[in-house]
Design a protein around this ligand. Structure first.
Ligand SMILES: [Zn+2]
Length: 384
């Protein structure tokens, strides 16, 4: 028996997807379908399609058979079959085929276009819990609270209310302000002044996108306090996973001061995505007691090369701090592929460790249990 065969049972264990989003309930034509597996706001270059990259290959190779098509069928045939089956059936097949234990769903991104948390639970046939995005709540409150003076109280109340049934909070400070910012808490007077400035500019422009670093910093500390009280993690977006980033300033090691402050409060920080900073994230998990990390989203985008990235993430990474996420958004294919590529990659990495006699089969099986669900269960309040 090869090592691969020996690990097959353990690797099939259900995964907790600790960072994911809703999928689209709409029947998607070619243009809309390919837009949902691009990390850019721009359409593909003239004369090209999104299928001409590793993720496109993986969709045609691994997702086509789930829709009763030949592996690697033409892209047009894939989209046609998807339309013929209807979005509800397609989503059901991919979500139920992902082998998930449960889903922790970030509801702060384009929530009107995708299934909500109960909708995701129903489609997946598995429990789904909510993670609340701090900046999205600030934007929602800003539009109704009237004056800067009323903002701190209204924001605190709404965030606490939204966190009631949630299992964690999430911040996107990285792509609103980068990590290279002052990481101390602003004073209430500074928050009020910044809120007045924000409201005036936003009402004039008709856009409520939060980019003011003072308000974002305030949200971090308000969120941190809530995480401390509720004893649940703060998820922190890092690196790849959104087009509007200054990537060089999204290295999570710039965020050390805030991470250290949260460590004192015993708040777990879960670093999401991390690519191309998976090594920096692993290092932070080694140094700080409260840091956890994943390599969600990039496994889908790297597809055949995803094993190498997973290998880098595990070079020095603590198995007790590494988590699984798909970061799927919009397409249920991204749930399915995320789980498939994670299992394949992890199996290939562990196979090598077994081959080279760095661990026993029992060690490998324990590592799989930790990253598949035990680490997530330890830090998220999933039984409440
Ligand atoms: Zn995400």
């Amino acid at each position: 028996m090869t090592h691969t065969d020996a690990l097959a049972g353990a690797i099939a264990t259900p995964l907790i997807d600790h960072h994911c989003h809703g999928v689209s309930p709409a029947d998607l034509d070619f243009k809309r379908f390919q837009a949902l597996f691009s990390e850019s706001y721009r359409p593909p270059a003239p004369g090209t399609t999104e299928f001409q990259k590793p993720l496109g290959l993986a969709i045609r190779r691994f997702c086509a058979p789930v829709l009763d098509l030949e592996p690697s069928c033409p892209a047009e045939a894939y989209v046609e079959r998807r339309l013929a089956l209807g979005a509800a059936e397609v989503n059901r097949r991919f979500l139920r085929g992902s082998g998930l234990d449960s889903l922790l769903v970030d509801t702060g991104l384009r929530s009107s276009e995708i299934l909500d948390v109960p909708g995701m639970a129903e489609s997946a046939g598995r429990p789904a819990r909510e993670v609340v995005r701090i900046e999205a709540v600030a934007e929602e409150v800003a539009q109704s609270c009237g004056s800067g003076a009323a903002f701190p109280r209204a924001f605190a109340d709404r965030l606490a209310e939204r966190a009631q049934g949630a299992v964690g909070l999430k911040t996107i400070v990285a792509y609103r302000c980068t990590f290279k910012i002052d990481q101390t808490a602003p004073s209430e007077a500074e928050v009020v002044e910044a809120a007045d400035r924000w409201f005036a500019a936003a009402s004039f422009a008709g856009k409520w996108r939060l980019e003011d670093p003072t308000i974002v910093r305030h949200g971090l500390w308000l969120g941190g306090e809530l995480c401390r009280q509720r004893k649940f993690p703060m998820q922190v977006h890092v690196g790849f996973g959104d087009p509007d980033v200054y990537m060089h300033a999204c290295d999570p090691t710039h965020f050390t001061d805030f991470i250290a402050a949260m460590e004192k409060w015993e708040v777990a920080i879960t670093l999401l995505h991390n690519y191309p900073f998976q090594r920096e994230a692993a290092w932070l998990s080694e140094v700080f007691q409260n840091v956890y990390y994943d390599v969600g989203v990039i496994l889908n985008y790297a597809a055949p090369m995803s094993r190498d990235i997973l290998g880098e993430a595990l070079e020095m990474g603590k198995f007790s701090k590494f988590l699984y996420s798909s970061d799927a958004f919009g397409l249920s294919e991204l749930y399915y592929l995320g789980a498939l590529l994670f299992r394949r990659g992890l199996q290939q990495v562990l196979d090598r460790w077994l081959e080279e006699d760095f661990c026993s089969l029992k060690d490998a099986e324990e590592l799989i249990r930790l990253v598949a669900y035990e680490n997530a269960r330890r830090i998220y309040p999933l039984n409440t």
